[in-house]
Design a protein around this ligand. Sequence first.
Ligand code: SAM
Length: 468
Amino acid sequence: MKGFFPTPAKVVDHMLAKLFANRSPNVDDIILDPGCGKGVFIEGIIRWCDAHRIDLPTIIGVDSNPAHTADAKKLFTDYPSVRIEERDYLRNDKRHYDFIIGNPPYVPITQLSEEEKKYYRKRYKSAIMRFDLYMLFLEEALSQLKEHGRLVFITPEKFTYVDTAKPLRIMLRRMVMEEIEMCDEDTFGQLVAYPAITTAVNEKGFDYPTRLITRSGKNREALLPKDGSSWLPYFTDKLENNHTLTLQDVCLRISCGIATGADSIFIKKTESVLPELKRFAYRTLAGRQINAKKRTMVVEDSMLIPYNRDGTLMKERELGVLGDYLGQEEIRKKLVQRTCARRKPWYAWHENPQFKDTLRPKILAKDITEVPAFMVDATGEIIPRHTVYYIIPKDPSMLQPLADYLNGPEAHAWLKANCQRAASGCLRIQSQVLKRLPVPKEFGPKIQKGQRVIHTSRLENSWDSPKT
Ligand SMILES: C[S@@+](CC[C@H](N)C(=O)[O-])C[C@H]1O[C@@H](n2cnc3c(N)ncnc32)[C@H](O)[C@@H]1O
């Protein structure tokens, strides 16, 4: 059963109010419900027409699943104006419709056959990169709207910002995009993360701002870009207007942590590190060790590091006991197999560790997270792994206030609106997004009369990092 997520009746009625907001259907109109499932939208249209005492227009429901069409046909036997068609909606439907409403299938590319992928890639402009079937349903439906025709679809919100949906955003902007409403996260229970209801009208030659309704219920209007760039920033609260600085402006570094390329070899439980290896061991933290909801972290591991404090690789003869450990036959074999070992010494990492930055008081955040959480490493002793981002404020006294700001509702709302989502629906924290996060001017440089700017180099020398 590909992508079957039935729409709750309450949502159906809410969407129908949008569909018929400017014009009630008349008996000559044709309404399409592509991917109609068992017919919840058709039931809704009948409810709406009964309540408004108008004759039913022609309603066509299309679904490729025989079990769904059988149920739907049974349900509407007494309604001659309802037609249920069992077919693949994405193959040659040449008709045009006055209204199109639906909840299309959400089917990621990974669940499509090779034949389907090939066919869709040839037929649909939005079948690029890692497309999803709902994007193709939207493209097909847009092409079938009669002039002045209205479309209301509920889909994952992802099409508003993912690169894959760039062609779709361009197509949508050729219509009048009347409204995008971000729906409650639990609209479909746990099944679909972050749904959105889109209302588009086929009015050529007009360009109106789109009404954007955020999850917090706020309404605003924006002329969305036509070039396919992301629409998500237009959903953000007033943050940008209030703050002219970005996180990048007030930080020395916003980066991803260190990748060893062989964590099973270089990462050890701190308590199990042999005394003779302790001088190579640094406390380290992986993303999974941050509990974002509770804002706690468990720092129980150490990283064995064959690099000097200036970031240069130790000579093999300087490694001593670490060399003995890494040189054991099985371990050395694994290290040699890493791609980076083709161009570097066998015990080197993909990238040299930037100790001067990583071993500094800093803010830490896990890369994929349900809620953003920013933790303070006040002593600067934790080495962030590649699943942890680290943020170093220019002004060390701002470490805690900046973390508090990042953990606050304003920054969270901005991150929710601007971060990409992982397949699980979790936020994907990335340095290029963090860098754009607006921050209040209080975090910016404070230069008073007679005061000199503190230079980075002075900060670098102002502390020394401990080892395990
Ligand atoms: C998310 S469900 C929604 C069902 C119904 N519209 C509702 O809201 O309850 C999507 C429906 O699309 C149907 N479907 C999937 N691929 C299809 C295709 N290529 N052509 C037509 N229907 C398809 C599925 O069988 C499923 O019933």
